[in-house]
Design a protein around this ligand. Sequence first.
Ligand code: FAD
Length: 402
Amino acid sequence: MKVIIVGGGVGGLVTALMLHARGIDCEIYEQADGIRELGVGINTLPHAIKELKELGLLERLDAVAIRTYELFYLNRFGQEIWREPRGLDAGYDVPQFSIHRGRLQGAIFQAVRARLGESRIHLGHRLGSFKQDDGGITAYFFDRNGSHRATARGDVLIGADGIHSYVRDTLFPNEGPAAWNGLMLWRGAVDWPQFLTGRSMMIAGGMEAKFVLYPIGAGSAPDRRLTNWAVVARVSDGAAPPPRKEDWSHPGRWEDLGPHLKRFRLPYVDVSHLIEATGEFWEYPMCDRDPLPRWSHGRVTLLGDAAHPTLPFLAQGAALAIEDAAVLAECLRHEPDDIAGAMRRYEGLRRRRVRRAQREAQRNGQRYHLSGPRALARNIALRALGGERLLRRYDWLYDWKP
Ligand SMILES: Cc1cc2nc3c(=O)[nH]c(=O)nc-3n(C[C@H](O)[C@H](O)[C@H](O)COP(=O)(O)OP(=O)(O)OC[C@H]3O[C@@H](n4cnc5c(N)ncnc54)[C@H](O)[C@@H]3O)c2cc1C
């Protein structure tokens, strides 16, 4: 069997490793000319790290990530609402990693190069069309100027090409743009003095604006960390499209972000000072998409953000893509002679769980953004639940087994 993977993000690269580990031939086609350290922080939770560990990546990741120790929530005046341990410290077998997205992608990419070889990776190849027939699938790739670069023939095509997936757009041409909820996300990373344990993650704020802070790597000195921050603020009711198209690499503007920072009075960090020290930072309108009626059409299927872009309020973007990769590779290994059947089985195993995660992320976004008496009621309810019950609320998510 020969598999064509479109997209060299976390989802596409992990899929390549999963297929390779099962003896299935595959090639990756990525539109970017190089794998560079794009993005900022991302959290990868134990259920996904377990899969990466099975692929032998734990040491590589440990070398560039932070093992998250705790997560705590504050209101915008710095009063603590609750605090919980994470990863190994919460009793899981493997850590939760807070990591630079580019370093996560880079570590996986190095493993792909070493195991599959350079000849299986095609950078600067943008998928521009594909067609399937009884015997296989043919995909056409173009360079950034639109000139034809390569034609690939395979048995399966996996669209791991992100939130603006060309493959999804081809399968569902009437779907329209991603849905915006009116929240804007600004994010950046800066070398900054360690706060608390050097492995702590903080989420603060309410309805108007939320601030997130966590270290994602070593800093320029032992008492400093590469520190990721994010500010989420409501800038619209979401009825109109976002001011600029969602693009992970769009620079943010101080005049848009600055006014939201005045709300925060937090211990451990001077928010304005931190962000001024960052220099360049990024803006991203919080978008997701409604679930699809199906992901697969014959020999073609979707994976990761292409199949189910998810709001970041559950930290599942990368994790769900990694899970998809494990399940799809296993389905293809089990049913090599019935590809359409293997695809149906893959999405049958994935869609309910992914839908639940998407919905929970949407709900979390609303819960985090309560204010006034409703926020107070939420905080009292959380305290009443107690640490153990709170910790177990995501067992369905973190205890996942492929
Ligand atoms: C540049 C960038 C920065 C990001 N930064 C963050 C961040 O800071 N924090 C965060 O939580 N999440 C970030 N994300 C999203 C996060 O990486 C994903 O939610 C998660 O890792 C799932 O990954 P994925 O592989 O499904 O999609 P993605 O990571 O989006 O990868 C999709 C890949 O497909 C490629 N591609 C797209 N169209 C084509 C085509 N037609 N032909 C060939 N290749 C194509 C893209 O170039 C990209 O490399 C970022 C994504 C990108 C692309």
